[in-house]
Ligand binder design. Structure first.
Ligand SMILES: [Zn+2]
Length: 987
């Protein structure tokens, strides 16, 4: 733009080089983001980069979300973190192929389908028709979630995701199971499960309900001690409880239970090793109730903390004679009060507390999970003298034939009374699980289940854990202790919507048929037909050739696999980590480079994947595991509908019904949130945070817009080749410093991304845009860009920097603010070789930019600038000044001025480009003098040996550049302009 000198422009504003760019101040994300996504799809950008990038493969293996329900911010945190990492890898030239997955089987989907049916439909339902409905439901859910993920700008192979219901996936899973069987890691055993006697079936947690007002008959029972460990016997003798004194007043351990019907199955009493227990002398209270009949004249062991409350509950006086640690009770043998047997006192876990009961826990391994685990530790049998209908069996001795929901409890309580073992009896109201269909109470009952024997490969699993890099490092301790302490893995479920446990049982003997021939035959059938084949066909159609003639002897099993076995087999089904299976796409690697999920997955997917991979291949399926926390509201509370604090990511991105109240912030603001949080802990989100993020987003956007807007007439080719770009060596100090800041940002953001510390990027980005660019460089640059002649060195040098910076800024924000980065790229006002910012690759900077020697003097000058700005600000606040250009600054440097500042000012003065590198311009004032003011001083202060005085600038205000100059009026063509502006207009 060069103005003619012939006529006086009506408005000098038109002679300034103003911003020109179609890049909008407002993101208009609702429209613009989908346009940019369409551009990526059209250009097949993800496909090309992930398959043809020159670098190595990078496999971030997706942990499959459950295919049920709308996406929430937890999904956003997870998938966007993965996308940031993948996009960074793509920019770095790696082949980062990302196959998204979904977990499609399991009870929640089965229940959703059941809930959607009328009662007659439900009656008519067959397993196969239920499976077809569940299949369709899961696909529908996958579709909905997929669209949500895509709207967030996540790049992936959306057209070929992995679903755990795919035939090839199911076949690979059977392959994993089969190899574990053949390696001897799979066995069948008893385990207590929630059982409904009224519907004669096992129930899952989700099929239970807990109605108010349930009461159970609770009983306190004394189990007479038969034998004492020697150390304990000595301690008792020391307080006078010798064997002869105990003969007349026996010692008993006291237990409490709300399920008297389980007493025939009692095989141990568990204590907490760390609790204190008291040996108490008992005597009846003044008004003994009937229940304590026969309870006198004995010694009882109870938890010390409960002595006082038990006096009331039992109606007995308890006088502690001796207290011992729970550990010292281990090894006591007691007589069963109702049956002919003795059992031990054993050490249970922390589940034994002093909240209720006696602190000693009646243990029936066949009827409780804690009991089962403790029993396992001590090699106790899993005794379960209750049949499917809830009737006690012959193993329950005299109680055989009674029913747990009817007469078993009263019969047993009567027997306890008769045996003199009942200490007390009360009704007890508590939460108790009921069958959601029959509305009748459930029980814990042991049934035959399939297990993976973790014991068989535990040491290998622990060794594999040590080979993996866990981020944060505490993740290693978590999974190590979980795997170190866990019991065997129960992998069977009594459900329909899942992968079958491909086993046959002999109809007469119950013998199990599960071998290489049956496994590989069924795996092949499933690869061809999917797991529906297990329900579609009878035994003859499922057994291999060799067994065809004995098909009628066998019955196929009806258990399905735990869905954690499904998802835990993804290293085989997707990454091809098992013989006979190829990776879903060639770029995928096993073990994967990275697994990234919420920290609860140490218990879940990280662990199930580890166990199956170790059991089959002896090593972990991943090299590195990164975890993130959970999303909370701004006050650190869980998000819930009832609290009304749920942030719906769809509303955040697309806006709510009333866009005034719930504006469409766009996917980039959601992504910016993900980058802003320290996700190693739980992360907050709420309206206040969204507001702040959108301010940061706007700041970055406006900075980019300013850079783009000042490049509309710039040719980035070198000056020597006919372009406008000034070579680095010929740039002013200020410009070289700006490039040094840019190089430093590139280095630090690169390192932040390498460590997955995106919140540091978020901080560095803000600092760069707000401090380095807006407050310093662009603030000073305004005059160079607007006022100088379009072609002037002052302006072209600045544009050179703006072009270099904006291209790199776009690259640096691309993994996080992918839409804005692409929008910037599409609005570069000059041609570039790459159609997309993602084709440019990760930003780099020439070595010369890292000019560390610029940092120290620049820091001195910027400190001085800040000091002067404080004085200018004071004048403005007192209305003594408007714009800083109305001021002149007087500096007095004295003997106390630091040599560093003096050196820095000299450095500035010696610049080869004083038209840019001069302090007055950097201060945005009209005059600067190194002497005290001769005119009235508006503000003054001395800091660190530097005196600063602010005075009104001399001269008149130039109408075009607003500088105060003394030559206004001396140019007849332009009487209101300064000489500099006249020079620009007449050039
Ligand atoms: Zn001027």
């Amino acid at each position: 733009m060069s103005a003619s000198s012939a006529s006086t422009p009506a408005n000098y504003k038109d002679t300034l080089n103003l911003l020109q760019t179609p890049f909008n101040m407002r993101a208009n994300a609702k429209v613009r983001e989908p346009e940019l996504q369409a551009f990526w799809a059209e250009a097949k950008l993800y496909e090309r980069l992930s398959q043809h990038n020159p670098g190595e493969s990078f496999t971030l293996h997706d942990g499959p979300p459950y295919a049920n329900g709308a996406l929430h911010v937890g999904h956003a945190l997870n998938k966007i973190l993965k996308d940031i990492i993948n996009k960074t890898a793509l920019l770095q030239g790696k082949k980062a192929r990302f196959i998204p997955g979904w977990d499609c089987h399991g009870l929640p989907i089965e229940l959703k389908v059941l809930q959607g049916l009328g009662s007659s439909e439900r009656q008519a339902l067959t397993p196969i028709s239920l499976r077809k409905k569940a299949h369709a439901y899961a696909l529908e859910q996958v579709e909905g979630q997929k669209q949500g993920f895509q709207r967030w700008g996540i790049w992936a192979d959306w057209d070929q995701p992995y679903l755990t219901l795919h035939k090839d996936y199911e076949a690979a899973q059977i392959g994993v199971f089969g190899q574990m069987v053949l390696a001897g890691h799979i066995y069948r055993g008893l385990k207590p499960v929630h059982w409904s006697p009224s519907s004669r079936t096992a129930l899952a947690e989700a099929e239970l309900e807990y109605p108010d007002g349930h009461t159970s008959p609770s009983v306190y029972v004394a189990f007479a001690v038969d034998q004492l460990p020697e150390a304990l016997a000595n301690k008792l003798a020391a307080v006078g409880l010798t064997s002869s004194s105990l003969a007349s007043a026996p010692l008993a351990v006291a237990i409490w239970t709300t399920t008297p019907w389980t007493l025939p199955a009692n095989l141990a009493v568990s204590v907490n090793a760390n609790l204190s227990y008291a040996i108490c002398q008992t005597s009846p209270e003044a008004d003994p109730s009937g229940a304590s009949e026969g309870a006198s004249n004995r010694y009882l062991v109870v938890a010390t903390d409960l002595v006082e409350s038990l006096q009331t509950s039992l109606g007995l006086q308890l006088e502690p004679l001796l207290s011992v640690k729970g550990a010292e009770l281990e090894g006591i043998l007691y007589r069963h009060p109702l049956l002919e047997r003795t059992s031990p006192v054993v050490l249970g876990g922390d589940y034994i507390t002093t909240e209720t009961g006696t602190g000693l826990v009646h243990t029936a391994p066949g009827h409780g999970v804690d009991d089962f685990n403790t029993g396992k530790k001590y090699g106790l049998p899993v005794l379960c003298p209750v049949d499917e209908a809830g009737n006690l069996t012959e193993e329950a001795g005299p109680f055989a034939g009674t029913n747990v929901l009817k007469d078993a409890n009263p019969t047993i309580i009567e027997a306890l009374k008769a045996a003199g073992a009942l200490l007390a009896e009360h009704r007890y109201e508590h939460r108790y699980p009921y069958d959601w269909r029959t509305k009748k109470p459930t029980i814990f009952r042991s049934t035959e289940q399939w297990f993976a024997s973790v014991e068989g490969f535990r040491s290998q699993a622990l060794a594999a854990i040590a080979e993996v890099e866990w981020l944060p490092a505490s993740g290693r301790n978590r999974i190590e202790s979980m795997v170190g302490e866990r019991g065997d893995w129960c992998i069977s479920r009594q459900r329909t919507w899942g992968v079958p446990i491909p086993v046959f049982y002999h109809r007469q003997t119950g013998e199990v048929l599960l071998n290489e021939a049956t496994l590989s035959h069924i795996q092949a059938l499933i690869a061809e037909h999917g797991t529906d084949v297990w329900w579609d066909r009878d035994e003859a159609g499922l057994l291999p050739e060799a067994y065809a003639n004995q098909a009628e002897q066998w019955r196929k099993g009806i258990d399905t696999m735990d869905v954690w076995f499904d998802s835990g087999s993804s290293w085989a089904g997707v990454l091809g980590g098992i013989s006979g299976q190829t990776p879903r796409v060639p770029e995928l690697q096993y073990p994967a480079d990275l697994y990234l999920e919420g920290s609860d997955q140490h218990r879940g997917w990280f662990q199930s994947s580890l166990l199956t991979s170790v059991a089959v291949n002896g090593h972990a399926p991943y090299k590195r595991v990164l975890t993130h926390g959970f999303t909370l509201d701004e006050k650190g509370r869980k998000m819930s509908k009832s609290l009304g604090n749920v942030v719906d990511p769809a509303v955040l991105v697309e806006g709510g019904k009333n866009e005034k109240q719930e504006p469409a912030y766009g996917a980039d603001v959601l992504r910016l949130w993900v980058s802003s949080v320290d996700y190693s802990a739980d992360v907050p989100l709420g309206p206040g945070i969204v507001k702040q993020l959108s301010d940061v987003y706007r700041k970055v956007r406006n900075t980019a817009r300013y850079l783009l807007g000042n490049l509309h007439d710039f040719n980035p080719n070198p000056l020597a080749e006919g372009g406008d770009a000034i070579p680095y060596a010929d740039l002013p100090l200020l410009d070289q410093w700006m490039l040094q800041r840019t190089a430093s940002l590139i280095a630090s953001v690169g390192a932040d991304f390498e460590r997955y510390e995106f919140y540091r990027f978020f901080q560095a980005l803000q600092n760069f845009c707000v401090v380095d660019l807006s407050n310093v460089y662009l603030d000073i640059a305004k005059d160079r860009l607007y006022v100088s002649g379009a072609d002037a060195y002052r302006r072209r040098s600045c544009q050179t920097v703006l072009a270099l910076v904006v291209e790199r800024l776009a690259g640096l924000i691309a993994p996080v603010l992918c839409h804005m980065a692409e929008d910037i790229w599409q609005n570069l006002p000059y041609p570039v070789a790459e159609k997309s910012v993602f084709e440019r690759g990760w930003p780099t900077s020439p070595a010369e930019w890292s000019a560390a020697d610029l940092e120290a003097p620049m820091a001195q000058v910027l400190d001085l600038r800040a000091q002067i700005n404080r004085q200018l600000e004071q004048c403005r606040s007192q209305s003594d000044l408007g714009a800083s250009l109305e001021a002149q600054v007087h500096l007095e440097l004295g003997p106390e001025t630091s040599p560093e500042l003096l050196g820095a000012l000299q450095w500035l003065e010696q610049s080869r480009h004083p038209e840019v590198d001069n302090l007055a311009d950097w201060l945005l004032v009209s005059g600067l003098a190194m002497e005290s003011s001769k005119t009235a001083v508006l503000a003054e202060a001395t800091e660190a040996g530097v005196g600063v005085q602010i005075a009104k600038a001399a001269g008149e205000k130039c109408e075009r550049c607003w500088h105060y100059e003394s030559d206004i009026g001396s140019h007849s063509n332009h009487p209101t302009l300064c000489g500099r502006c006249v020079g620009v207009l007449e050039a």
